[in-house]
Design a binder for this molecule. Structure first.
Ligand code: HEC
Ligand code: HEC
Length: 256
């Protein structure tokens, strides 16, 4: 059953990636990295951990390996495993292995950038002023409730995840932060972030930051919106600014 599920998923990944690969071009798109993350969590995370640094001497985040150095070598290593060690062969199609390596690369790239010259004070300024983040987010009681409260985001997310949220929000929406659109039987439309939902009711925060409880039986239409209301900052902020923001967000660990 397990292998059924993962091979179906692998097939889906293959379909998505084949146009990219046929051009011999390895573009690390957000979608590819997201696929790689999912495959990694099923096939690799049990041993290597979510950040790829649980096996002694191997760190995906620091790109620290014993035998391999290039992406292609890792793509082959996944298939062969390392005989005589605890690293098993994993029989996945090439496109899936390439996606996993794109994800491993993204862990490294993000941590290299975040560990670099990111400046928390500049990041905070950006967050509160030019970046406009407070228009949707709240930190330590300041800002808006339209998006998630980020007061302790630094204790639950790593640099790679934060960077992805800023550059590619559509790929990273968590189920509990989905936006929904509801139309009531008397014609009112309400859009907001879903906080809770059961068979009969849905609780959300609307665009005026009001808590709204709706009975599903009063609704004519109820849709989960696939896209994030958070704009992508890809190309709008420099990589220095992104590093500053990530460093600032990592410093947010809630109240003591
Ligand atoms: C059952 C546990 C296990 C699983 C599952 C696993 N690994 Fe490993 N991996 C290891 C161990 C242990 C090592 C260290 C091998 C050694 O002693 O050199 C390792 C080493 C590695 C290395 C470093 C190789 C080198 O020597 O340069 C890479 C890269 C790697 N694994 C990637 C992956 C990827 C990607 C996956 C998922 C497709 C994966 N591993 C799944 C246990 C595992
Ligand atoms: C128009 C509203 C809006 C703006 C502006 C906005 N965000 Fe968001 N953000 C959201 C929403 C809604 C979510 C939750 C859904 C999602 O993940 O996309 C979110 C999610 C996030 C997350 C992920 C939270 C988690 O739990 O993983 C981070 C980090 C984040 N935003 C940072 C920022 C930063 C930094 C800025 C400014 C550069 C910013 N946001 C600007 C609405 C916004």
């Amino acid at each position: 059953m397990q292998s059924c599920v993962s091979s179906a998923r692998a097939a889906a990944v293959l379909l998505v990636l084949s146009p990219l690969l046929s051009g011999q071009q390895r573009s690390n798109s957000g979608a590819e990295i997201a696929n790689g993350r999912e495959l990694f969590s099923v096939h690799c995370q049990p041993c290597h951990g979510p950040d790829g640094d649980l096996v002694p001497g191997v760190s995906m985040r620091r790109a620290e390996f014993k035998r391999v150095s290039t992406d292609d070598e890792i793509v082959r290593l996944i298939l062969s495993g390392v005989p005589g060690t605890g690293m098993p062969p994993t029989n996945l199609p090439e496109a899936s292995r390439v996606a996993i390596v794109a994800y491993i690369r993204s862990l490294h790239d993000a941590s290299a950038r975040a560990a670099g010259p990111g400046d928390a004070a500049r990041g905070r300024e950006l967050f509160e002023a030019k970046g406009g983040c407070l228009g949707c987010h709240r930190v330590a009681g300041k800002g808006s409730r339209k998006g998630p409260d980020l007061s302790d985001i630094g204790s639950t997310r790593n640099a790679a995840a934060l960077e992805r949220s800023i550059l590619d929000p559509a790929e990273t929406v968590l189920p509990q932060q989905r936006y929904v659109r509801a139309v009531t039987k008397d014609g009112k439309t309400i859009t907001g972030m879903r906080l809770n939902e059961d068979t009969h009711n849905v609780l959300l925060i609307d665009e005026n930051e009001r808590l709204v409880a709706l009975a599903k039986s009063d609704l004519r239409e109820y849709t989960l919106l696939k896209t994030s209301p958070m704009p992508s900052y890809q190309g709008k902020l420099s990589s220095q600014e992104v590093a500053d923001l990530v460093t600032y967000l990592l410093s947010l660990k809630g109240l003591p």
